[in-house]
Ligand binder design. Structure first.
Ligand code: ZN
Length: 382
């Protein structure tokens, strides 16, 4: 298995990256890897970094490959941010690093996983280094689409556009790499709509599957106003708990680290001059938790949309495969007791809720309105 085998279903798409490895003449110093969430763009970037360092062009087994993939290779820098934006200081540090020669590897590779999170001003700082890169430095930027990156940057990069992989390919990867039983692997690949990370989490974590099932059950559980209000509150609570679990430990670590850096003793009083820095950190952490919570809610809504999409498929008699295979009974039941117009109305309500969340409407308000709209309108036809 080479490093490229895990870039699922993108043989043609990664062609230019592989060609640059095989023929140094076609090497470029700035790349932009784009693709929808879950298409594996950050994995593709790391595979490329590994292939650049490996003596055998990305064997997947040597030390250069394994350390480049895991992010511990001395000459491969992976920048992933949980923050809303990548700061100008972070980019300045990277540019300083880009100017140095690789210490042991063949190239200095800098992978920026969320290049879409740079402000215009930060992008302009980066631009200089991308325009005149040192001879052995390679920048690999990742973003959902080329339009998410400043035009000045993207016009200087070679663009590699990944696509949404086929669910069968994702299932195959889960079976091969993670040892997931094939039927479950396919069920999860479909449920995740080919998002590799989510498919893997569903396949390996029964709790994640149970939470998803709980979300999907909303489609049939909401009958009246009371159900709708409770369902909305439940969803927000699940998202809160998820965000808390994901960020709490890290927040505490970051705070302890900052205190050490500032020279404040454990539990000691913080001198007034340093309070601003602590406040800044706390604000960043709060923003991160909010973002995580919104991501969880957005995922829940996307899951519900996939269920109504299946209902619409059943109602129109289309022959495309179902996303929620494990919920087929549920889907058929809804398809029978509602009309296609109902289904479309529910899909609209879900779409509106997503837009409101993205537009910073209070989550509970957006979800209550959504849950109320999901109530059945037509009396049961049975
Ligand atoms: Zn190797």
């Amino acid at each position: 298995m080479t490093v490229w085998d895990e870039v699922v279903g993108q043989e043609r798409q990664v062609g230019p990256l592989r060609a640059a490895i095989d023929d140094p003449g076609s090497m470029t110093h700035a790349w932009l890897i784009t693709g929808p969430p879950g298409s594996g763009r950050s994995y593709a970037a790391r595979a490329f970094a590994a292939a650049l360092q490996c003596e055998r062009g990305g064997c997947g087994e040597c030390r250069a490959c394994t350390t480049a993939l895991s992010g511990s290779h001395a000459d491969v820098t992976l920048v992933a941010t949980e923050k809303v934006t990548i700061s100008i200081d972070e980019v300045r540090d990277l540019i300083g690093l880009a100017a140095t020669s690789p210490s042991q590897g063949r190239w200095r590779v800098i992978v920026v996983e969320d290049a879409d999170r740079m402000t215009e001003r930060t992008s302009n700082v980066l631009l200089k280094s991308i325009e005149e890169p040192p001879a052995r430095t390679v920048w690999v930027l990742c973003a959902p689409s080329p339009q998410d990156v400043a035009v000045t940057i993207r016009s200087r990069c070679r663009i590699v556009g990944l696509r949404t992989p086929d669910p069968q390919d994702v299932a195959h990867l889960l079976t091969e790499r993670d040892g997931i039983e094939p039927a479950l692997a396919l069920e999860c690949a479909l449920a995740a709509q080919s998002h590799i990370g989510i498919a893997r989490r569903l396949a390996r974590n029964p709790d994640a599957r149970a939470r998803r099932d709980q979300v999907l059950a909303l489609a049939t559980d909401i009958r009246g106003v009371g159900d709708a209000i409770f369902a909305a509150a439940d969803l927000v609570e699940v998202a809160d708990a998820d965000a808390k679990a994901a960020t709490e430990e890290r927040d505490a670590e970051e705070k302890a680290q900052l205190m050490t850096t500032l020279g404040v003793e454990d539990g000691g009083r913080i001198p007034p001059a340093l309070r601003a820095q602590l406040r800044q950190l706390e604000e960043d952490q709060k923003r991160r938790a909010t973002r995580h919570k919104r991501d969880v809610l957005d995922r829940a809504i996307t899951d519900l949309m996939s269920l109504y999409r299946d209902v619409a498929v059943a109602q129109t008699g289309a022959t495309v495969p179902m996303v929620n295979l494990a919920h087929e009974g549920h889907v058929r039941d809804l398809a029978e007791r509602t009309t296609l117009a109902d289904t479309m109305r529910c899909l609209d309500a879900l779409g509106t809720a997503r837009e409101r969340l993205a537009g910073n409407v209070a989550p509970l308000l957006a979800l209550e309105a959504m849950a109320l709209d999901l109530r059945p309108r037509t009396p049961s036809r049975r």
